[in-house]
Design a protein around this ligand. Structure first.
Ligand code: CA
Length: 227
């Protein structure tokens, strides 16, 4: 999931970024409103919005966010004593808020809930045929047995899980890996798709020539998994 963090505190920003990377969340950081506006060419699933920014209030970013083709879920990050700002933010289209200082595990849980709502799932677990992803535990099981995955592999499986039955383009999958700066390698998606096929079976991921890849949710009985 691609997240924009608008926050002028560099220490907090890097802590958030590092923590969310473990959830396969790719976080872009904007330290002020101008940088945040420049980021809006990208489509984000969620925006974490500090209100007290060097060049104005984070609230002034909300109209631009709401005008996006697919508006992101906005979580306001605010100090305890700025209750009126929080209320104004919620009235102006923000979805949620977190009071600083906040716990990183709580932020991570809120973002998982956002991902769940955006994909229209009711259950916190994601099912892809006989593969079950538990985002809270960062655990993936195939036929009930835990599969060990690297952070990159997990990010790709989660990308498929968040949009099941959809064909994901190479660009979308690169986006899922973006958080690791892995896009520098030209065939990074192909490399990880082939690693996933080794772990989940040859037919676990279909190649749709010229379009992208889709997860085979029909099941894996004869996938021939090499473990
Ligand atoms: Ca601030």
């Amino acid at each position: 999931m691609r997240v924009l963090l608008v926050e002028d505190d560099a220490v907090l920003a890097s802590a958030v970024r590092d923590y969310l990377a473990r959830d396969a969340c790719a976080v872009d950081w904007a330290a002020n409103l101008a940088a945040a506006h420049a980021c809006l060419v990208t489509s984000y699933a969620a925006v974490l919005l500090d209100l007290g920014l060097p060049d104005g209030s984070g609230l002034s970013l909300l109209p631009s966010l709401m005008r996006q083709a697919e508006p992101p879920t906005v979580v306001i990050l605010t100090a305890q004593d700025r209750l009126s700002d929080r209320v104004r933010g919620l009235d102006a289209g923000a979805d949620d808020y977190l009071v600083k200082p906040f716990d990183l595990p709580e932020l991570s849980a809120r973002l998982r809930a956002i991902a769940r709502r955006r994909s229209g799932r009711r259950s916190p677990r994601i099912e892809l045929g006989d593969v079950v992803i538990d985002p809270a535990l960062r655990e993936v099981r195939l036929g009930g047995i835990a599969v060990e995955l690297t952070a990159h592999e997990y990010a790709l499986v989660l990308a498929f899980g968040e949009q099941p039955r959809r064909v994901l383009s190479r660009g979308q999958l690169e986006e899922a890996l973006y958080t690791f700066d892995a896009t520098a390698i030209s065939n990074v998606v192909e490399v990880y798709i082939s690693r996933l096929r080794r772990k989940f079976g040859r037919d676990s991921i279909r190649t749709i020539r010229g379009v992208g890849y889709s997860w085979n949710v029909e099941g894996t009985a004869e996938r021939g998994v090499a473990r």
